[in-house]
Design a protein around this ligand. Structure first.
Ligand code: TRP
Length: 333
């Protein structure tokens, strides 16, 4: 099979607005890939249920992710964009896969182990605060992957184990019932290089150093002005590779612009205030249009619902065929 024929699938959990690091490292490459491959992309609202118990929040975050993908130019001809919970077959496959999934596999899941480790460190019951949604999270994720006959699943390194579990579960199933599922492969995004946050460490929610992807223009500017720098004077020469400003700029500019900006650092004569203004203008010029489209969509959620309904219709065609295969194999019907 050529790469272009491979079915790509990925899910995004609706837990809040992605930041610039998510954009550069994950969203941008996914949207690029949606131009060449048949892509299933869904908002994993069922996966958010083990941490978010407010329906309004789940719905709002679902709209945010959908609007964001549409605004960033997800190719809606190749890509099937839908909401996980809209496809009834997912609940069915989840139940069916429970029976071929060894409990021991779930015990080894990183996210469950991390929760246990925290509890042990705090001297409380190992399973305190662990619901079955968290414990069986990898089964639901396997159901997502297998329901749509996925060949490749682009994920962050933290999700690699889950895709490997999906492959394992598909293998157990095929051994018991005959070949029913393809074996999916995780694809870990090529290293796009460090996307630093405001303090120079990797941009991450856990460091509280992020810039929201579609932060309003004035907030974007304020955040950029707050980037931590050293205390070099404007006239001094500076090493661009040591500058958070330059490292961020690199992800948004073209090669000629990057070379020119680097030269301005090395030459001296440019203060950090000027560099930050240039960075703001660059990022803003890239995000201005998609941000406006995002805001328009968020004010017209009916339009988002329409896109999702259309996606659900297309996703169901594949999902219902898979579930028929599985029911026939397991239940003889
Ligand atoms: N678990 C993924 C995350 O937290 C989201 C997700 C759910 C997913 N189902 C998926 C990713 C299927 C890839 C394939 O980021």
């Amino acid at each position: 099979m050529s790469d272009a024929d491979k079915i790509v699938l990925t899910g995004i959990k609706p837990t809040g607005m992605p930041h610039l690091g998510n954009y550069v490292g994950a969203l941008k490459p996914l949207i690029e890939q949606s131009k060449s491959n048949k892509t299933f992309m869904f908002i994993a609202d069922l996966h958010a249920l083990n941490t978010i118990s407010d329906a309004k929040q789940i719905k709002q975050h679902t709209y945010e992710i959908a609007a964001l993908l549409i605004a960033l130019g997800l190719d809606l001809n190749n890509a099937v964009l839908f909401r996980q919970s809209d496809i009834d077959e997912i609940y069915q496959l989840n139940t069916l896969l429970m029976n071929v999934t060894p409990k021991g596999l779930m015990n080894r899941a990183h996210s469950y182990k991390a929760a246990m480790d925290r509890n042990i460190a705090n001297g409380i019951d190992v399973d305190a605060g662990v619901n079955m949604g968290l414990y069986t999270y990898p089964i639901l994720m396997s159901a997502d992957i297998l329901l749509y006959n996925s060949d490749i699943v682009p994920v962050g390194a933290d999700q690699k184990q889950h895709v490997e579990f999906a492959r394992d579960i598909a293998g157990y199933f095929n051994n018991l019932y005959g070949k029913t599922f393809k074996l999916p492969e995780p694809v870990i995004g090529q290293d796009t290089g460090l996307v630093p946050g405001l303090d120079g460490r990797k941009m991450s929610k856990s460091y509280d150093n992020t810039i929201a992807l579609f932060a309003p223009e004035n907030e974007l500017k304020k955040k950029i002005m707050r980037i931590i720098t050293d205390s070099k004077l404007p006239e001094e020469a500076k090493n661009p590779d040591e500058s958070t400003i330059f490292q961020l700029y690199k992800h948004f500019a073209d090669e000629a612009e990057i070379a020119e900006f680097a030269e301005m650092f090395r030459r001296g004569g440019m203060g950090y205030g000027t560099a930050k203004t240039m960075l703001f203008e660059k990022i803003n010029s890239v995000l201005e249009k998609p941000r406006a489209e995002y805001e328009r969509l968020m004010a017209n959620t009916d339009e988002i619902e329409q896109v999702l309904a259309n996606g659900a219709e297309r996703a169901k065609i594949v999902a219902s065929k898979t579930i028929q295969r599985v029911k026939k194999a397991m239940l003889g019907k």
